[in-house]
Ligand binder design. Sequence first.
Ligand code: HEC
Ligand code: HEC
Length: 443
Amino acid sequence: MYKKLYILALLAVTFTACTKDKTYIASPEDYELDRLLLQHGGKDNYILPDTDDYGLIPQDPENPLSKAKADLGKLLFYETGLALAPLHSLGEGTYSCATCHVPSAGFRPGSPQGIADGGLGFGDNGEGRFKNNIYADHEPDVQSVRPLSVLNVAFVTNTTWNGRFGSTGLNEGTEALWNHEDGSEINHLGLRGLEGQNIEGLDIHRMVINKNVLDNLNYTPLFDEAFGDMPEPDRYSPLAASFALSAYLRTLLTNEAPFQNWLKGDRAAMTDQEKRGAVLFFSKANCSTCHSGKSLNGDNFYSLGVDDLHKTGALNTNSEDPANLGRASFTGLEEDRYKFKVPQLYNLGDAPFYFHGASKETLEEVVEYFNEAIPENFDVPSAQISSGFKPLNLSELEKADLVAFLKNALSDPNLDRYVPESVLSGNCFPNNDPFSQADLDCN
Ligand code: HEC
Ligand code: HEC
């Protein structure tokens, strides 16, 4: 059976190689990767949709994708003018969603912990943000886990590290747990994870959406265009804003990464080293048992025994923080303790912090951690550690190959296409405090 498929694959490869690029001859690495991907359900399983191919992008039936919504979300995500509920008035108008999801940092912060309200500065890549001394340690808008990237989030069923948002997927049957404290109450609206979470997110991140605010910032006509079929009381609400933000986030696809181009037939898009890394990813290194599908993420929760965020000296969290329990902080189940969601793997080279507690600062360290499979967090009982986390016996060359695949082949070089030229308030973005204005050359 496999032999037959292999021959078919060879034929397919030769064919695409000839049509795409007459001079390029497929290498043994190409054939091996073809064979492995066939075993993993075929290349289509891994090809991300085009950014404007709304028919192929997963979406919420309550919020069908449209260009008007995605274009509006592309402004709101960066709009510092919505920062109208800061804890201290000097924070007003200074932060946005992109303060913690910085595009040039792979839509993560450039530091272990994101700081929105209560932070100052940007640096070159979000790494220069620090706490404003006017705010007490517990006051800034910070979370107890490292911000997840929002790249390829259309392929996430239950959002956040503990997966509490969304009424479908693994959250089916968890209705009794949906509560006000962690925001999961919003699941009662029956929305997908993204649509629900972003309603909460606007509130948690101290932003205000109402008719008055939208009028002042000139957004009302755009809401009318995107949500003309919504009754007026809903149209200028956090729900509509969440629908626009979610539509935009669903289009944030890393479909120009070298691995994506290779999957679509450009055999020369990856180096031989990156191809060898990809082969390891789908075979000896076992990565694909947990990281699968188009964004190389997973819907399940596992414990790898990594350290929590307080170890980095992050604000407002400590060793007793319930967030350290991962999925169990939502379900309360003994068996879910210390288990975290499998994140997507694109554009990880853009910001040097990995795992929910930002405990690793290079991809070399991450690969070494998987290779040795020795848990670093002594709070996690060994019975909780995933059985898939086991020594890999990779050679130095193999480790370097795997890193090359992760760092280069999974990196979309053109994320700028997802960033607007300006926002309607005319404010500086993604941050608008005096230090950020200087860092971002806004004046
Ligand atoms: C203060 C920093 C901060 C700000 C501001 C912020 N986020 Fe986040 N974001 C995070 C953190 C931290 C997580 C992970 C949360 C968790 O696991 O509990 C996250 C997770 C997410 C996720 C889930 C991704 C996934 O794969 O599950 C989405 C979607 C998201 N944020 C969207 C937004 C939107 C939209 C805004 C603006 C309304 C926003 N964020 C503002 C820090 C921030
Ligand atoms: C048993 C399932 C499993 C296997 C096998 C696995 N991973 Fe993961 N991976 C996870 C989980 C779960 C996380 C998040 C853990 C956490 O932060 O607590 C993760 C996180 C990561 C991260 C950090 C991403 C980020 O945004 O912080 C990278 C990189 C990564 N994995 C790469 C790999 C590679 C490379 C392999 C193969 C050598 C691999 N993984 C094998 C489950 C797995």
